[in-house]
Design a protein around this ligand. Structure first.
Ligand SMILES: [Zn+2]
Length: 226
């Protein structure tokens, strides 16, 4: 074989390889969409904070979207991070202004906690939230009726990652592995172990055919984004 023909064969092989790579790339997008056999709602409470950029980077790098239940006082203190949450493809919910035990407050105080948070998040560019999570999951009929007055759907959770309680990265990943279609998990904006768990959470969900979805204000369940 002459040098020239070997070179030509090399080129042909490269062309076949390139065509193969192109075909794989083209096939990858629909295959990935079809691999979502269900959706789960990842939620991160108590932000935004100085830790939010690291969390958003980890989520973005691993192709995950999530709902951030922000406190109004922090939305007011870190408005740029609320805007960054939206830019990163996250959904923003209301988690009260000062994180009180709502069931111990008067109706007027509950109203103030919720309405000031709606305003702070909107002022920061987070839009008008449709989802509300009461601190500690503590609620009653007064809380629910005030939330409803602001067009908010109350969202608790199916799985508590215990990240607020010192759970290890392994334990946080394992909590995510328990999620089934439509379910919601509680995590937080601030624990370092939570940020460290993100890549493995993405792998775990993908291995089960689950994708990170949005929480429907209509049903309160995780559904396909959009
Ligand atoms: Zn909280």
């Amino acid at each position: 074989m002459s040098r020239k023909s070997r070179f030509r064969r090399g080129l042909a092989a490269a062309a076949v390889a390139a065509a193969g790579a192109t075909a794989l790339t083209v096939a990858a997008a629909p295959a990935q969409a079809a691999s979502c056999s269900g959706y789960v709602g990842l939620t991160f409470d108590d932000g935004p904070s100085g830790n939010t950029p690291a969390l958003l980077n980890a989520l973005r790098q691993n192709g995950l979207r999530a709902t951030m239940f922000n406190e109004g006082q922090y939305a007011a203190a870190y408005p740029a991070q609320v805007a960054a949450q939206v830019s990163a493809g996250m959904w923003v919910g209301n988690h009260t202004y000062t994180h009180p035990h709502l069931t111990q407050l008067s109706q007027a105080q509950v109203d103030s906690e919720i309405s000031r948070t709606q305003q702070a998040i909107a002022n920061a560019g987070g839009g008008t939230p449709r989802l509300f999570r009461p601190p500690y999951g503590e609620t009653n009929s007064t809380v629910q009726s005030v939330a409803a007055r602001y067009g908010l759907t109350q969202i608790i959770w199916d799985v508590d990652s215990q990240d607020w309680n010192g759970a290890s990265t392994d334990a946080i990943v394992q909590a995510n592995a328990r999620l089934t279609n439509g379910q919601i998990i509680l995590m937080h904006d601030w624990p370092a172990n939570t940020v460290a768990a993100i890549p493995r959470i993405a792998q775990t969900l993908a291995s089960k055919g689950l994708c990170a979805g949005m929480i429907s204000p209509q049903t309160g369940r995780a559904v396909a984004p959009g």
